[in-house]
Design a protein around this ligand. Sequence first.
Ligand code: NAD
Length: 262
Amino acid sequence: MSLLNGKTALIFGVANERSIAWGITRAFHEHGATLGLSYAGEMLERRVKSLAQTIDCNFVEPCDVSSDEAIQALADKTAAAFGQVDILVHSIGFANREELSGPYYRTSREGFRVAMDISVYSFTALARAFQPLLRPGGALLTLTYYGSEKVAPGYNVMGVAKAALEASVRYLAYDLGPQGVRVNAISAGPIRTLAAAGVARFKDMYRHFNKLAPLQQHVGIEDVGSMAVALCSDLSKRVTGEVVYVDSGYNIVGVPEPPECE
Ligand code: NAD
């Protein structure tokens, strides 16, 4: 099946082969999309370029999403390389490590600003800069986590950021709908990635997950990749403004069984 034949996708957030963005990239490649990758900065260049080679992707460009100039420069390069774009994937999140442990009330003003800027505003900034390039029938996608709705101890300011990101999805969906562009989010279960390693209590979230989720299975980047294909292809052409869970059903459980003592 080639659900993305003829579509051009720009994917932000590949850091290594464990990145959710890489799972999405591979799935898009399997479904025939023309791909461009954008990574955060110099330190990641070699790794991301060598991953891109494995899927014959030649458009691999840096972009620090905290800079409007960098985003605009990338939009200009994208327009020169592809003309228009059908799909943008934002798989980016960041908070300073010290904000991701201990009580939430210790969040600093600067820590709050950084988390909101990079994990939330950057999605709106990308929508703003790329809006003129988006082809009707296109789709924007971002990644969120259940800590936006319920307390996940230690997730702290990232939970608050994800709540704002999910609200952004709805506002962007409303704005871009008349242009024929859809905007959705995937709320993924815990996956062992670089970003996850920064959350002090991640190990606990991960360890008990497959005992508590109805499907009793961990989530992999390939599971997120296949849902991303569905949400960015014409299979879901009347779906916008939604947060779709790829979490083995974890979010539906109101009263989890306490894990057995080990
Ligand atoms: P990851 O570390 O592989 O990806 C995070 C990416 O954000 C990296 O590529 C990093 O370079 C990029 N980034 C950070 N600051 C940036 C900046 N200023 N400019 C450009 N890029 C920047 O980890 P991941 O788990 O694949 O994270 C991807 C997304 O998925 C994040 O939004 C994360 O919150 C979300 N998510 C992760 C999980 C999980 O358990 N891993 C669960 C649900 C949602």
